[in-house]
Design a protein around this ligand. Structure first.
Ligand code: ADP
Ligand code: MG
Length: 844
């Protein structure tokens, strides 16, 4: 038989062997998929509600997980290269088949199968990933984990697990790499990592982080059987550097017993314990546990939910050399010492044997090591074992024994369980805070509630009082209204009753009278209803009448009301009218006053002017000469007599001023004044104005010509007539005015004035006026016809030279026109100048 399979494959191991193959070291390493991680994932799916400890319940069964075993071959060391130069290695590895052949002799070997076979070329990184990483990941997920190295002293246990790799990063061992992965994965705010580093030597646990602490007891939880070493120093690790420092410190303290084989090797077991504590968030399935019965989870209930925490532990064990110690004490140990040194390791071997054979009794309690590793073998942890061997055929026996240990360990089934529990402490802390908050809030709410109640009750009292008041008022109103109605009804009924009584009485008289007339046999019983019906009809009628009357009265009242309103309105309007009228009256009175004042002023001015005019005239008369037709003498004389110019100018200026101030209309109106003096002064002013050509048109437009003609006609006073005639003479200088004078019967008025005049000045004025009219061709016939020429010639009787001069001028003007007309006629009819003179004669 060339190869003998002695890998002790059991039913359980076969089952787990079907899990994903471990990568070969000849292939590039991707991320290995560790089987136990899959198992753990399966665990979460199949048993999500499981909890450790008392909270675990029946579901907390866990999942089977076999101890995984890898074998690692150390390369030949310097000594072996020399000493074993002529010999082949005692082992031959078939990593791709995960097999190891152990030579019995030159022609025979035994073949063993492992979970992983790591050759002398396997890198530290690969060893970590194959042996440790799955366990580390599992620890980070909340499971306990164990990584252990077993092997003869000098085969590389410490090399595999404990190398710090400070001088060569690639040389970092499993401890350093594990911590790197752990620190990288946890959240510093919610999770924590702390480590203890212990040494077990001769059944004594020493604290490698505190060497004085050299006999630490193991404590077991009687309920769960969990083992702990509370006496060990526990240091929280926050960064890789401090962890490496801790390892170095522990290493420095480690007791190393020299052996012949390897001075560096140790007879003690080194145990690194890494405690990982992680908070679990967002696990809704767990929240159901504490939700209320109807399925509603109120915020309050939510706050009572204890947080979930996972407390897992990674144990890395660098076992003492597995070689047997010479019981004879040849190495300087007494027999007892030798027994003690070997005790833990041999107890471990026995336990593993028992577990591998599914023995009823596992002697866990035989040693401290087995007690400490209780969870690692046959417990709830995920365990990975690396067995280290050397190549030297000289140590074939020890190598074979190591291989057998590994083979047996592969048969050990663990029941991995999630190390998860409710974090009651933090829940209690949280609830304490919550409680304090609620107490404070409650107090605040109570106060607010009290205040609100008080406010509402005051408001309610106010409302009630108001409602009561309103009700009482309404009641009183209703009561008085009904009382009034009632009294009215009573009154009406009484009136009706009285009327009815009267009616009844008169009816009775009528009935009695009828009774006498009617047949006596007629039934008296019929009379009653008839009279009652009639009575009712009567009453109805009365009532209707009453209603009509009332309506009429109401209408009347309305009418009266509207009339009153109307009256009031008209009274108001009348008042306004009266006020307006009185205002107007006041204005009028005021204006009258003003006018009177003006009149007084005008009177004075007129008096002054007329006296001045008289004065001038007298002086002129004394002086003799001057043209007549230019109107008022004074004005004429201003031109003629430069010595009088100044006074004339003054007068002119004062008249112009007066004209401006008073206005033409007002001056003309004074011509009709009852006061003769005023009339005289007014006509003088007008005459003066008429002397100015610019004023003539205005005077005629304002009716001045008519007024002047009226004065000729009606005035008794010759002075007035004289001045008026003078004014007319001035106005007659204009052709339009000449026609107007003629149209208004001026020639006959002038003729009349001439006939009545005694004063030669008057005649002079009249003659001047007629003379002016004689200059108008159109008026020739009319002048002649209405006796104008005759009157002109009649004035010759006066003999006054001024008068004669004007008459002559008039005749000359007339003759001029006559001859113009005659020449036109002669031109047509062939008449001679002789006939012209005949015409004139005719006219004369
Ligand atoms: P142990 O802890 O099992 O007694 P060590 O880890 O102390 O053994 O290793 C013994 C010696 O062998 C050390 O000098 C170590 O450097 C070396 N050694 C061990 N394993 C290897 C390896 N795989 N590659 C190279 N050198 C190794
Ligand atoms: Mg060692």
């Amino acid at each position: 038989m060339a190869s003998n399979y002695r890998n002790g494959t059991t039913k359980a191991s076969q089952k787990t062997d079907s899990k994903p193959p471990v990568n070969s070291n000849t292939k590039p390493l991707t991320k290995p998929k560790p089987s136990l991680t899959s198992a753990a994932a399966g665990l979460r799916r199949s048993n999500p509600g499981s909890l450790s400890g008392s909270a675990a319940g029946k579901d907390d069964a866990g999942v089977l997980g076999r101890v995984r075993v890898a074998v690692r071959l150390r390369p030949r060391n310097a000594e072996e290269l020399v000493a074993d130069a002529d010999f082949a290695d005692c082992v031959e590895l078939q990593p791709e088949l995960k097999r190891l052949k152990l030579r019995k002799n030159n022609w025979d070997s035994d073949t063993y199968e492992f979970d992983e076979v790591l050759t002398e070329f396997a890198s530290q990184k690969r060893v970590y990933e194959v042996v440790a990483k799955p366990v580390v990941e599992s620890v980070l997920e909340g499971y306990n984990g164990t990584i252990m190295a077993y092997g003869q002293t000098g085969t590389g246990k410490t090399f595999t697990l404990g190398r710090l790799g400070e001088e060569d990063t690639a040389a970092r061992g499993i401890m350093v790499r594990s911590m790197e992965d752990i620190l990288a994965d946890i959240s510093p705010e919610t999770d924590s990592v702390s480590v203890s580093y212990l040494q077990l030597y001769m059944e004594t646990i020493q604290d490698l982080l505190n060497p004085g602490n050299d006999n630490i007891p193991i404590v077991e939880d009687p309920k769960t059987g969990d083992v702990s070493v509370p006496g060990a120093t526990l240091v929280e690790v926050r960064d890789q550097k401090s962890f490496v420092e801790l390892l170095r410190l522990g290493e420095a303290h480690r007791f190393a017993a020299n052996t012949k084989l390897n001075t560096e090797s140790s007879r003690s077991h080194a145990i690194l314990m890494v405690h990982v504590r992680r908070s679990v968030k967002g696990r809704h399935d767990r929240e159901v546990v504490l939700s209320s019965e109807n399925g509603n989870t109120s915020p309050l209930i939510k706050s009572f939910r204890p947080p979930i925490v996972r407390k897992s532990k990674l144990v890395v064990v660098d076992l003492a050399g597995s070689e047997r110690i010479d019981k004879s004490g040849s190495e300087g140990h007494t027999l007892e010492e030798a027994k003690s040194i070997n005790l833990s390791l041999s107890a471990l071997g026995k336990c593993i044997n028992a577990l591998a054979e599914s023995s009823a009794h596992v002697p866990v309690r035989d040693s401290k090591l087995t007690r400490l590793l209780r969870d690692s073998f046959g417990g709830t942890a995920r365990t990975s074992l690396v067995v280290t061997i050397g190549p030297s055929p000289r140590h074939r026996g020890e190598t074979a024994s190591t291989i057998m240990f590994g083979q047996r360990a592969m048969k050990v089934e663990n029941m991995v369980k999630l190390k998860e529990e409710f974090d009651y402490k933090s829940l209690a802390r949280r609830l304490d805070v919550q409680l304090d908050k609620l107490i404070a809030e409650h107090e605040r709410q109570q106060k607010a509630f009290k205040d609100e109640v008080e406010r509402i009750s005051i408001e309610a009292e106010n409302r009630i009082a108001e409602a009561e008041r309103n009700y009482a008022d309404a009641l009183e109103n209703e009561r008085s209204k009904y009382q009034k109605d009632y009294m009215e009804s009573i009154k009406k009924l009484e009136e009706k009753w009285v009327m009815n009584q009267k009616k009844h009485a008169s009816d009775r008289i009528v009935v009695e009278h009828k009774d006498e007339c009617l047949d006596k046999t007629c039934s008296a019983s019929r009379e009653g209803p008839v009279s009652v019906a009639e009575e009712i009809a009567e009453v109805n009628q009365l009532l209707q009448n009453e209603i009509h009357l009332r309506k009429a009265a109401e209408e009347e009242a309305n009418n009266l009301k509207s009339q009153l309103v109307q009256l009031k309105k008209s009274e108001a309007a009348g008042n306004a009218e009266i006020l307006k009228l009185s205002n107007m009256l006041e204005d009028e009175a005021h204006q009258k006053e003003k006018l009177e004042e003006e009149i007084a002023v005008l009177k004075n001015q007129l008096l002054q002017l007329s006296s001045e005019a008289d004065e001038t005239r007298r002086s002129l008369d004394r002086g003799g000469s001057g043209k007549v037709f230019t109107g008022l003498d004074s004005l004429m004389n201003q031109v003629r007599h430069p010595q009088l110019k100044d006074s004339g100018n003054e007068q002119k200026a004062s008249i112009a001023k007066l004209f401006e101030q008073v206005g033409l209309q007002k001056i003309l109106s004074l011509l009709e004044s009852e006061d003769a003096d005023i009339r005289i002064h007014a006509v003088k002013v007008v005459a003066n104005l008429a002397a100015e050509e610019v004023n003539q048109e205005k005077i005629v437009e304002a009716g001045g010509l008519t007024s002047l003609l009226m004065l000729l006609k009606s005035s008794e006073d010759e002075t007035i007539r004289r001045v008026a005639a003078g004014a007319i003479a001035n106005l007659a200088m204009n052709e339009t005015n000449q026609e107007l004078i003629m149209a208004q019967g001026g020639i006959s008025l002038l003729s009349m004035t001439a006939a009545d005049a005694e004063d030669p000045q008057t005649l002079r004025m009249v003659a001047g006026a007629i003379a002016n009219l004689c200059g108008n061709d159109k008026l020739q016939t009319k002048l002649r016809g209405e006796g104008g020429i005759k009157a002109l010639l009649g004035m010759v009787r006066c003999g006054h030279p001024y008068v004669l001069a004007q008459v002559a001028r008039g005749i000359a003007n007339f003759a001029k026109c006559e001859s113009r007309a005659c020449s036109q006629v002669c031109h047509i009819s062939g008449k001679t100048p002789l006939s012209r003179s005949l015409h004139l004669q005719e006219a004369l």
